[in-house]
Design a binder for this molecule. Sequence first.
Ligand code: ASP
Ligand code: MG
Length: 410
Amino acid sequence: MALFVQKYGGTSVGSTERIKNVARRVAKYYAQGHELVVVVSAMSGETNRLITLAKEIQTNPDPRELDVMVSTGEQVTVALLAMALKELNVKAKSYTGAQVRILTDNAYTKARILKIDEDRIRSDLKAGYVVVVAGFQGIDEANNITTLGRGGSDTTGVALAAALKADECQIYTDVNGIYTTDPRIVPEARRLKTITFEEMLEMASLGSKVLQIRAVEFAGKYKVKLRVLSSFEEEGEGTLITFEENHNIMEQAVISGIAFNRDEAKITILGAPDHPGVAYQILGPVADANIGVDMIIQNVSHDGTTDFSFTVNRSEFTNTMGILKDKILPHIGARDVIGGDKIAKVSVVGVGMRSHAGIASKMFRVLAEEGINIQMISTSEIKISVVVDEKYMELAVRVLHKAFDLDRAQ
Ligand code: ASP
Ligand code: MG
């Protein structure tokens, strides 16, 4: 007998037929004697539909009222699922986030969970109920309804699993796990049986389509055992996100996956004077404008000047270029600022890198053999990332996937 928190996403509850399917799966676990807390998203498309409605009234919808409204999507699905369970003679009760009392801060549309009152859920479980909880929402100290950011039902699931010390948090979605890379780019991509929590965070560009990254961080902090599974397959173990690395080095894959993203743009300041404070003078105003910076590279200086490059989110490219031209360049007396948004970042990720040398040189060799120019490089203990021309991204992902044997069984 175990306590499972199961979370079903929007496509899994996208129609009444699918909700009945979810109920059947839940009933199966229930019949095996497990305790179940089920978190659901709104029906697919519903949250978008509600946001569109709001925007027909206010171009920038009032955040408090927006949360009152978008939280209704999940209120519908919890009730429907509880009904479907009752039809299968399973005792079930639905709750909104506020009814549970999922206490959050008051940052509307992106609130953070502070505390969960799990007493009522526990006594319902004891009394033999399946407890169905609305994802994506909570309530603040002043009883205002809040929501947790897009994809936030994952976080609700993980937070409930942490509060209830559940044996496992199972995220049911429309894919059957985390893959070595995106199968739409590499058809040979494989489902991983396990991935470490750290790798999962590094694989964000792939994983975030499957799991809200905030949920992964939450799981890491509270050591929640997390599994991603398909709600459309009867069987299947999905991917387990673990905290243990495989200490048998022979068995530990060196590289677990290839991540990529097209969301960045590159900016270079040419001929910046090379003296203390210049990096701060460049990045200070960028940070003040609330623009996040990813990779940063500074060259060795010659003639007292240096080139300084960094990447920002592509949506911030024009804005950042403007800030540099108007506020920074005249100030520090650099020669010019250039940039481009036709770039992509490709990363090889794996905890096995810690105990293996030569991963970077292998990566660079493989890219060189394809004539792919590397524009920027950055590394962490378990990741090597390169920036390349966007048009070579898919090729880079494919050749790296093959070179690191990711198409072969784990
Ligand atoms: N329904 C919300 C959204 O679409 C939350 C979720 O599905 O996780 O973002
Ligand atoms: Mg989701």
